[in-house]
Design a protein around this ligand. Sequence first.
Ligand code: S6P
Length: 579
Amino acid sequence: MARFVQGGQPVTEQSNELTTDIDTASPRGIVKILHACDKEIFKGWKDSKGINNDVILDKVVKIALKIKEVLKDPSSGAVVITGCGTSGRLAFLTARTFNRYLTSRGKEPCFQYIISGEDKALFTSQELAEDDPIFGAQALEKTIQGKSKVVVIGVTCGLSAPFVAGQLDYCLSHRDVCTPVLLGFNPSHMARNIDIQNWNKTFLDVVKQMEKAEKSGAGFILNPVIGPEPITGSSRMKSGSTTRILLETLSIAALEDYSRATISLLFKMYEDVCTSVYKQTESMASVIQLAGESLRSGGHIYYLGCDGFGLMGMIDASECVPTYGASVDDIRGFVEGGFSVLCNNDGDISNEGPYYRISLKDFEKDILPLIGHNDLIVLIGKEMINKVDLASLASSQCKMVCMCFQPNSTLCVQEPLENFAVVVDLKHDFSTLDTVASDLAKVTMIRLLQEIAVKWVLNGVSTGAHILKGKVLNNMMIDVKVSNNKLFHRALGIIQKYSGASDDECHLCLLKSIYNSDSPSEAQRSASIEDHIKAAFGVEKVVPKAILLALSKSTVDQVRQMMEKQPIVRKLLMRQTQV
Ligand code: S6P
């Protein structure tokens, strides 16, 4: 099998050496590998030092000061956090948390979020929207209308999203009002240097402007290098966790006027929580096993939780669609109170369709009557035991798992927990916070640390389940959807990695697969990437099909037949390559 040359590939798109064999690991092994990979957030990767280092601390202090200036006069200012996909969802969560924080102190909320694809993208994947820089700039302009001092944090893990490029560019030409912050996880020179449709700059061009702005304190690039993702390119995982840590730390540091030493201590607390989570190796592995069994047998996984815990579940579930080509029904999340607790820009959008029905009541009405023995229910937080109809769930013979937070204790299993196949007891001692935080900050930080613990567990569960379902080859999800520009180029990289064919050959095989034709027409060959993406919509297994086309020289029809007989692509590839 061909080896992929990693030369100039951005770190966030590289394959992580620690996870090369994650596809053949046991559930326990998967948890261990994920922990090793997450440790790189704090300990560093290769020559980079992780997040708790002098350069990052200096920048966090400076950016927090800028945010603090905005917070002095919230009526004329705003802190805007913006991004696409997971990055936009984390922008939403952060804005929600810290607006509540301000409100509970009697202050005016001034955090805003923007997500490409608007609020529908909070829980369903709308990847195409991230390719539009002009729309990004327009959305920002609308959000900050009438404001005179704005910090704009544009999150793009890969330093790649055109939507965010447009917004940073807007900020750079409105410096009297805006201070732009670029948050991502590649070194600046690895920012995307590919033409953006209907625009005259690449992401790298914008980064170069940002570098100049940074020299005069008019902008910041916060880009710790934390190593490649455990599943190649899946920035919802390590990059998503680090985005959370940095956005939350920046916000609380600004609100509470934290010193550099306290900020460093906060980073250490996140690291300690990460260690506590992965100490639950056995229970996490058992949940992965159950989740894998559910997906393999055509069952579903449902996450149920209150407040931020429920939202973590919904976000984890929604990401499985673009990451693993999963169906929207495979994994779903529900939150107590639904839209009434969300504080989202567009309010209740449940009338947009069944996948926007997100409350526990909706779960009980739409899903509970259909639950069967292949399904897995994950209650996030012990309080959920009293909020769901346990008796009906138990009688449906589905499997049930509960995640609990028992401070400083060994869990005492009480009556209702006996219904559960596994209890993940996320024990953690938060007493370090006593020394640094006010009461309100302490309550908020504990909740945020628990939410990231939930993120780590759920990311592990959904990743592990899809690995057990056979969706991952080595550490790569090869059945990636070709639904935006980034994913089109990732698809080409995957085809090249597994076929060893030339760039031109890979491109042709991708087009053959998308257009279901052995000889795509001249019009198809010369169409834009945007047109290819539109044509790929709804086409099954585009990338695996293209790899087999490149490897076997078979016709599209022959490849389709091969795949009908043997759906596990790894087995087909092994047949072609003898690996
Ligand atoms: C990644 C996730 C995607 C990304 C989105 C934005 O696991 O499925 O939705 O979050 O493509 O990426 P970035 O690099 O701009 O943050």
